[in-house]
Design a protein around this ligand. Structure first.
Ligand code: BV8
Ligand code: ZN
Length: 250
């Protein structure tokens, strides 16, 4: 790990623009369950039932039970050292962007400001009728929340499978990947698209100098083959280590 760490530090030292693609592993040390681990979120729930439009249509109460339970979990957790390290890095670089697949808001809670939530947010609800989006923080919601404006049923403002990502947010994410000198890929299995396509976008050869991709994960993943550098261990340890080596105060 030592020489990988040294390589990562050297790449970051020379970087003007840094982007991050984070996934559920970045929040694991905060106590937020990941998706595909044995205790993963999808356990006991088929993706089709709780994270697709058809599942919501079929049984909105089940979907809200799943999301209200996650809201309640996130309410009890704090950002971990990895989140704080990324927030410190943002203060160090002029151009530093976090693109997250996570919906838990922990990057922002740790102080990150430029955060693109490409899969939505547990905090927000969206009306199925009038489309109004409201930030409900992590307040307890009804079992079947209704829209105060038009009376229709609300849904979580989350991107489900087979749904388009919000075009404006996705554009920012693509731009961050296209223009970064270093892409930090933190805590993601890199199996979900189009999020995972940000890695090849960053490595696109037709750019003058493709980005250096640094993977921070417990294990190798689908992204590892595209990573130039691998920091394998908890992100709550590897990210603060990068800050320490770079002299970035957290
Ligand atoms: C779409 C919201 C277009 C729900 C989520 C190719 C192109 C386009 C689409 C597809 C494609 N191929 C397949 C598709 C369809 C699909 C897809 O990708 N399927 C996969 C499963 C094959 N994609 C879609 O449907 C997307 N939409 O394509 O629209 C379209 C539209 C209409 C018509 C045609 C096309 C929408 C995808 C968004 C789905 N929503 N989330 C919710 O969160 O409740 S995805 C869900 O998975 C979460 O967002 C999660 O973040 C994400 C990815 O998972 P990870 O974050 O990576 O988590 P995971 O558990 O898998 O991994 C954790 C990692 O952390 C592990 O590697 C582990 O080792 C590591 N780790 C653990 N602890 C630590 C750690 N690392 C470091 N430190 C630690 N301590
Ligand atoms: Zn409404």
């Amino acid at each position: 790990m030592a020489d990988e760490l040294a390589k990562a530090v050297a790449a970051l030292r020379n970087a003007k623009t840094v982007a991050v693609l984070s996934g559920a592993g970045a929040s694991a040390e905060s106590g937020v369950p990941t998706f595909r681990a044995s205790d993963g979120l999808w356990e006991g729930h088929r993706i089709e039932d709780v994270a697709t439009p058809s599942g919501f249509k079929r049984d909105p109460a089940l979907v809200w039970k799943f999301y209200n339970a996650r809201r309640a979990n996130v309410k009890t957790v704090q950002p971990n050292a990895g989140h704080y390290a990324l927030a410190a890095m943002e203060r160090h670089w002029k151009e530093f962007t976090v693109v997250t697949q996570n919906v838990d808001g922990l990057h922002q809670a740790a102080g990150s400001v430029r955060v693109h939530e490409i899969h939505g947010s547990l905090r927000r609800t969206r009306c199925t009728q009038c489309g109004i989006i409201r930030d409900r923080r992590l307040d307890v919601l009804a079992e079947l929340p209704m829209c105060v404006d038009c009376g229709a049923m609300l849904r979580p403002d989350i991107v489900w499978f087979h749904e388009m990502l919000p075009p404006d947010v996705w554009q920012h994410a693509e731009r961050a990947a296209e223009t970064c000198d270093v892409l930090l890929v933190v805590g993601t299995s890199a199996v979900v698209y189009p999020a995972a396509s940000l890695i090849p976008i960053a490595k696109q050869q037709d750019r003058a100098s493709p980005a250096t991709v640094i993977e921070c994960n417990l294990t190798q993943t689908e992204a590892s083959a595209m990573a130039d550098i691998g920091l394998y261990g908890p992100s709550g340890e590897s990210l603060p280590k990068l800050c320490a080596e770079l002299g970035i105060p957290i």
